[in-house]
Design a protein around this ligand. Structure first.
Ligand code: AMP
Length: 278
């Protein structure tokens, strides 16, 4: 496994990697969710590249950029064990050179849900992911369904900018009690950690209701909301039942939808989602 920092070193090594090349973009502090993406890339590609970069522009001014967990030596050990060929640890001076002013914005898809609650988040995500793609030139790139809106934003930009790669979305890895794995789970204190599986319980309860014939979007949202509000440590940011492609909120009877949630436990903000139908 080779580790590089500069774009010129990255390009030197990249050009000799046997195709197809799979890229797994991450912010590090890797857990089995990230590693499931790496394993999928290794299964489908002859070469696997992983990037580790905590991208400052996707964090709001009040968010956790400074305290985001980081452990590069641990990450490298895990990636080596999973057979990764090349790890790229970009440096901010190169990703955002002085005077930086070129952004990628995916308008409508970025204006709802996470984008509405975290203004500028997807502008940062779309820009950094485009830069990772143009530097690495992967044949395939791997993302988690855990960040459902992010996968839609990225698929959209790949289409709109005619980028020659395929986006592969991998299922959400969960702890035994259903909590979606996340680097941010380390922020939870023991009581919050006990309460956090309510996100998945609420999503599953809505899925059960849907499978038993409840198809009204408002009722499904209400059911999830009531369940989360019954958990004293949880503060709901949004509960959504939205179109799977446009992410616009649905009302009335549905036959498919993306259920998604953002919930705070103390200072920790968790998200999760589940697709209904098809
Ligand atoms: P992050 O380091 O949080 O930016 O995540 C890097 C990639 O891993 C993103 O595509 C995430 O959607 C994905 N990911 C994060 N958590 C999980 C999980 N629990 N299961 C599957 N993929 C995940």
């Amino acid at each position: 496994m080779i580790t590089v920092e500069s774009i010129s070193d990255l390009r030197k090594i990249r050009k000799d990697l046997p195709p197809p090349v799979g890229l797994v973009p991450t912010m590090g502090y890797l857990h089995p969710g990230h590693l499931s993406l790496v394993d999928k890339a290794a299964e489908q590609c002859r070469s696997v590249v992983v990037s580790i970069y905590v991208n400052p522009t996707q964090f709001g001014p009040q968010e956790d950029f400074g305290s985001y967990p980081r452990d590069i030596p641990m990450d490298l050990e895990l990636l080596e064990k999973h057979g990764v060929d090349l790890v790229w640890i970009p440096q901010s001076v190169e990703m955002y050179p002085p005077g930086f002013q070129t952004w990628v914005m995916v308008d409508e898809l970025s204006s709802v849900l996470e984008g509405e609650k975290r203004p500028g988040h997807f502008k940062g995500v779309a820009t950094i992911v485009t830069k990772l793609f143009t530097a690495v030139e992967p044949d395939k790139a791997y993302f988690g369904q855990k960040d459902a809106q992010q996968t839609l934003v990225i698929k959209r930009l790949v289409l709109d900018l005619n980028l020659p790669l395929e986006i592969i979305v991998c299922p959400t890895k969960r702890e035994d009690d259903g909590l979606a794995m996340s680097s941010r789970n380390v922020y939870l204190n023991p009581d919050e950690r006990k309460s956090a599986p309510v996100l998945y319980r609420a999503l599953k309860a809505a899925e059960v209701a849907f499978n038993e014939g409840e198809s009204d979007a408002n009722q499904l949202r209400e059911l999830m909301l009531t369940m989360i509000q019954s958990e004293p440590l949880a503060t709901v940011e949004y509960v959504s039942c939205a179109d799977v492609e446009t992410l616009q909120e649905l009302s009335g009877p549905i036959n498919e939808a993306l259920l998604s949630l953002a919930v705070r436990f103390g200072n920790t903000r968790l998200i999760d989602n589940l697709k209904l139908g098809n």
